[in-house]
Write a protein that binds this ligand. Sequence first.
Ligand SMILES: Cc1cc2nc3c(=O)[nH]c(=O)nc-3n(C[C@H](O)[C@H](O)[C@H](O)COP(=O)(O)O)c2cc1C
Length: 391
Amino acid sequence: MTTDHDLPSPPSVPPSASDERREMKLHWFLPTGGDARDVLPAVDKPGQRPPAREYLAQVALAAEANGFEAMLTPCGTGCEDAWITTASLVPLTERIKFLVAFRPGLLSPTLAAQMASTYQRMSGGRMLVNVVTGAEPRELHRFGDFADKSTRYERTGEFLAIMRQAWSGEPIDYSGTHYRVEGATTRAVPDPVPEIYFGGASDDAKRVAAEQADVYLVWGEPPEAAAKQRADVEARATEQGRAIRYGIRFHVIARPSAEEAWAAADALLAGISEADIAAARRDFEATMSEGQRRMAQLHGSDTGRLVIHPNVWAGIGLVRGGAGTALVGSYVEVADRLAEYHRYGFDEFILSGYPHLEEAHWVGEGVMPELRQRGLLAGRAVASSPVFSFR
Ligand SMILES: Cc1cc2nc3c(=O)[nH]c(=O)nc-3n(C[C@H](O)[C@H](O)[C@H](O)COP(=O)(O)O)c2cc1C
């Protein structure tokens, strides 16, 4: 199988070049469901990497060494628990933060505030939270959550209001539709107060994000479409008198040359069978997630229309739920695309690649220096001492 690598059109003209002065943050992803050189895990194939602590530590250390800011750690039945896994990695790392995903509906907001507050003290302030309201009934029912979607988002809004207040040092009494608490607080104010990241493309999701999130997240769509999502949330946040940041989630295949990158994309596609695509398509057709529906629409399960914007490839989303697009290209091209999304108002980039260990080095050694050279990314390469050469 080969991909259509022809670039459909030149990069679109960004809305404002001056925005480029805002600082970018690059995050990596912790594959707590396991990792491989393929998109879909296959138990009968060699080269599968279960999510053992030793392996996840290697990925976290590689991300830390390359200067990534935080590790997004997902939640769901197929993953190890994000709180416990990341807490186990804290003593093995020094600086990198953990962006811990969890479903608010499954915890009391005061308990979540306490857990995050403790996490900050035990980790030296290395926690961020990703609030996942959830969309797929089968997954939610496993955890005993039978509330409908608008109820779940309403509950998320109340949850976040209480959690924030419980972190403030001023005990809160709250009586809403979903929660009633009296004197909710934590032992000490967390330092820093964890920032709240939030994904969800439905109308209810955007409303709650505008009211409560610090960073609104989207999956990687073409720049204009992603920017439209962003503008919608920004307008709602402005109405609330709030200014928030925006982040976007992509896989990456970055190599010294475009040819090498597209060869790696082709190799990933070659590992995906027609049967896998058909099975995923049935799941996508039944999805209750607006974000997932948008991801699936980008390719329509058609291997002939995977390049949806220059260097933006939807091949992974043929079979993977959630983040389905990758930035594919030379280091310079991938940096160009990140800069383009940055001009569209996205400051935080949550990246990943197959396998996560190797791709962290490709991006860290190839793309990040390019971004630093352009003044887009703060910090320096971590390996700053000379490397001995056997000459
Ligand atoms: C960057 C990003 C990361 C997400 N991570 C998870 C996750 O780890 N687990 C999960 O169940 N849903 C995850 N989601 C899904 C959303 O949190 C949300 O539950 C879902 O999109 C709700 O559907 P909606 O798009 O219809 O609002 C993520 C979404 C985004 C944009």
